[in-house]
Design a protein around this ligand. Structure first.
Ligand code: AMP
Length: 390
């Protein structure tokens, strides 16, 4: 657990009203919650508060109503889900009337119905503060946004971090800042451009930076390797060279594919073949790492104590281009399960890729956050975390 985040379990909250910001931005289908994962991950803090004798006021958002009341984005469908899991009534209330509610658990209506939420307006932050005596931030996945409910209100009330927030921050600290070495990071996905800041931040913080997916092509091209018709970002060749030079200077290793799976067209998986990375024909594209790369990556992971994973090694949605991601993710999962490695995964398509690889369960920690996870990997300060550390 993070030492720098104030722990609400050390406070006397019996009889207090506690406003808890949760990430309950769940997928909905026909007016019903279609995947309750975020609710389940958020409830330990609410349950702990109820056991401490506190009244809980839950603040959350759904979708992007942009400061307008949008009936389809009401949090009303969450009430029965919360009641079933908490075993007590939950009252849905507007911010202005929340304080007058007698229920022990109050769910505030979609905070983004109020224009002041995303603007972090002092008036809306004050209205939120008036709903409770104490604030708990437990929505790490929203912590990269300085909104009234994630940042402004925390300045107005005694503020603590919730259990999920503490869990996320300590997992990320363990992987990036204070991880046991050797540390490896897998950074995959489509484009270098979206992960440039991540690569630049990680290169001096990990021993091995394993670059996979479409991103690897730009690095290969920067080394003069012919990559055929593969996805490539020619305007980033110099940037890729600079990152490789930075790695050399810092004594860190960038790991690129040795062999690759190729195909003449994106929609022709039946024509897939494996070639050495230096033998990609002009009219073929790289969509995955090959078996020799997998063997090398497995051996590398065998010697590592910490692994950070963001993004797939290939086009995992289209077999057989899932083979590289599947094999390497399963290796990481097995090492983690055996207690030989701490593995932390998150961001973008990573959860889908690891689920597809049947490796998700055995990773040491899988973050629920997308954007916030990536911004942390970029080394940015997250306003919703920083405000709790004040
Ligand atoms: P991202 O959202 O940046 O993590 O990128 C994930 C996407 O990258 C997935 O949808 C993959 O299909 C795609 N991807 C992975 N490898 C490649 C590749 N070699 N060429 C093109 N796209 C890729």
């Amino acid at each position: 657990m993070s030492a720098t985040l104030p722990d609400f379990q050390q406070a006397d909250l019996a009889g207090k009203r506690v406003l808890v910001r949760l990430d309950l931005n769940v997928p909905m289908k026909e007016g019903k919650v279609s995947d309750a994962t975020r609710i389940d991950r958020s409830l330990p803090t609410v349950k702990a508060l109820r056991a401490m004798g506190a009244t809980v006021v839950i603040g959350a958002h759904l979708g992007r109503p942009k400061g307008q009341v949008v009936a389809d984005l009401s949090l009303a469908p969450l009430v029965p889900e919360l009641e079933a899991r908490l075993g007590e009534p939950v009252a849905l209330a507007e911010v202005e009337t929340a304080r007058a509610q007698e229920a022990s658990v109050v769910l505030l209506e979609n905070l983004r119905f109020n224009a002041g939420e995303e603007k972090n307006s002092p008036e809306f932050a004050a209205a939120l503060a008036a709903t409770a005596d104490v604030y708990i931030g437990d929505a790490f996945s929203c912590a990269h946004r300085a909104h009234a409910s994630t940042e402004g209100v925390a300045r107005l009330l005694p503020a603590y971090a919730g259990l999920l927030m503490r869990e996320e921050v300590s997992a990320l600290e363990a992987a990036v800042g204070k991880g046991e070495r050797p540390i490896a990071a897998v950074v995959g996905g489509a484009k270098v451009s979206t992960k440039l800041a991540v690569l630049e931040h990680l290169i001096e913080r990990v021993d091995y930076l394993i670059i996979g997916g479409g991103m690897a092509n730009t690095f290969l091209a920067a080394q003069g390797v012919a990559i055929g018709s593969s996805l490539c970002e020619p305007d980033l060749l110099d940037t890729a060279k600079a990152i490789m030079a930075k790695a050399d200077a810092a004594g860190r290793q960038i790991v690129l594919p040795l062999d690759v799976q190729i195909t003449p067209a994106f929609d022709a998986p039946d024509k897939a073949s494996v070639v050495d990375v230096n033998a990609v024909p002009n009219d073929q594209m790289i969509l995955d790492v090959g078996p020799a790369s997998v063997v090398a990556l497995e051996a590398l992971l065998d010697g590592c104590k910490t692994l950070l994973w963001n993004g797939p090694l290939g086009v995992f949605e289209v077999p057989p281009f899932d083979l590289g991601t599947n094999a390497v993710a399963q290796k990481a999962a097995a090492l983690s399960k055996a207690g030989r490695m701490t593995s932390v995964a998150g961001g973008g398509d990573t959860v889908a890729a690891l689920k597809h690889a049947k490796a998700l369960e055995d990773f040491s920690y899988v973050s629920t956050a997308g954007g916030a996870f990536l911004e942390w990997l970029e080394g940015k300060e997250l306003p919703g975390v920083a405000v709790l550390q004040r």
